[in-house]
Design a protein around this ligand. Structure first.
Ligand SMILES: *[C@@H]1O[C@H](CO)[C@@H](O)[C@H](O)[C@H]1NC(C)=O
Ligand SMILES: *[C@@H]1O[C@H](CO)[C@@H](O)[C@H](O)[C@H]1NC(C)=O
Ligand SMILES: *[C@@H]1O[C@H](CO)[C@@H](O)[C@H](O)[C@H]1NC(C)=O
Ligand SMILES: *[C@@H]1O[C@H](CO)[C@@H](O)[C@H](O)[C@H]1NC(C)=O
Ligand SMILES: *[C@@H]1O[C@H](CO)[C@@H](O)[C@H](O)[C@H]1NC(C)=O
Length: 290
């Protein structure tokens, strides 16, 4: 994270010129903001337009509101309809949420629903092979550790996240890179998604307010929301699954961001908060088994 910040600061300093792009772990990232992009540019600032500012799409994304989604797999797997591999349950990083995705929304909270995403020409249905072949080792290892697919099908999951969401990040369009290299848009998207994790370490955020996994104690919606707001300054959205018996389990948490140049983000209040967890119903936050 500190490396990311340092590089981002460097990118901001050199953004007006044409210096070589900084690279992080061998992935060219972030792309140099478009020529003339103000270093302090912020998406979604022009109130008359929902699709962000009038800034170039290489400067800040033209779908500038982001949803950062993280899973609590123990909850997800309580719904018998969800496929959960024992190998995944065993591989869960201890006391950490896993990454689901980083999703580009329009500034009004609406989004594209097509699994084809925003640029079908840049689809990659073999994202795992791409990562195995082209990603720096550190990126590949981190993805394998924290970007788990519940059913074990990493290729499907990573391809889906890239195709449906990553291709919607206008700042990653190959034309925004001054020195193109194969799949650097995909690799930069995955890197940027991972880089947000320490900032939204949900396990720590909840634990700081006494909200820790338990098989016997159920929490209220407000317990999670209050902890998140106290630690980040913003509310989020909380997703629950139900088991066959109708008991609710925390499965996913969404935090919201506004894009700045160079795939940097500021926290933001949700525009259209959508929580499937019920405010009035107890929510179980289950401990990991392994
Ligand atoms: C935002 O962009 C989408 C897709 O290009 C378009 O359908 C929609 O009308 C735009 N919204 C506004 C308020 O301009
Ligand atoms: C995270 O959630 C998504 C969607 O619900 C799912 O496809 C993915 O497999 C989940 N991963 C884990 C480890 O729970
Ligand atoms: C949840 O909220 C109800 C009603 O406000 C309260 O009685 C209960 O003690 C709360 N439970 C927890 C675990 O905080
Ligand atoms: C599982 O799926 C079936 C069929 O869609 C649905 O009727 C049932 O409610 C689901 N079970 C749970 C626990 O959500
Ligand atoms: C249904 O949920 C309640 C509350 O968590 C629990 O006490 C009970 O054992 C559950 N029953 C079954 C059949 O899972």
């Amino acid at each position: 994270m500190s490396k990311f910040l340092a590089l981002s600061a460097l990118a901001a300093v050199v953004s007006a010129g044409c210096l070589p792009e900084p690279s992080s772990h061998g992935v060219t990232f972030p792309p140099i903001p478009a020529h003339g992009c103000p270093a302090k540019a912020l998406a979604c600032t022009n109130p008359t337009r929902d699709n962000s500012t009038s800034l170039d799409g290489c400067c800040v994304p033209n779908q500038g509101l982001y949803v950062y989604s993280q899973n609590w797999t123990m909850g997800y797997c309580q719904n018998p309809n969800n496929t959960c591999a024992e190998t995944t349950l065993r591989a869960l990083p201890k006391n950490q949420f896993t990454l689901h995705g980083l999703w580009a929304d329009y500034c009004d909270g609406s989004y594209e629903t097509s699994p084809l995403g925003c640029d079908p020409a840049r689809r990659d249905d073999n994202a795992k092979a791409t990562v195995d072949k082209l990603a720096p080792k550190s990126l590949r290892q981190e993805m394998e550790k924290v970007w788990l697919a519940a059913d074990g099908d990493y290729n499907w999951f990573w391809s889906h996240e890239w195709n449906k969401h990553g291709t919607c990040v206008s700042t990653l369009n190959p034309k925004c890179f001054t020195k193109p290299s194969p799949s650097q848009d995909l690799l930069a998207f995955f890197r940027a998604s991972l880089n947000l994790r320490p900032r939204f370490n949900l396990y720590k955020i909840f634990a700081a307010h006494g909200v820790v996994p338990s098989t016997t104690h159920a929490y209220n919606f407000t317990d999670f929301q209050a902890a998140l707001k106290a630690e980040t300054g913003f509310e989020g959205a909380f997703q629950c699954t139900n088991n066959a018996n109708g008991t609710a389990f925390l499965s996913e948490v969404w935090t919201y961001l506004i894009a700045r140049p160079g795939l940097k983000f500021d926290g933001h209040a949700p525009v259209k908060p959508f929580s499937s967890c019920k405010i009035s119903k107890p929510i179980y936050y289950l401990p990991q088994k392994h």
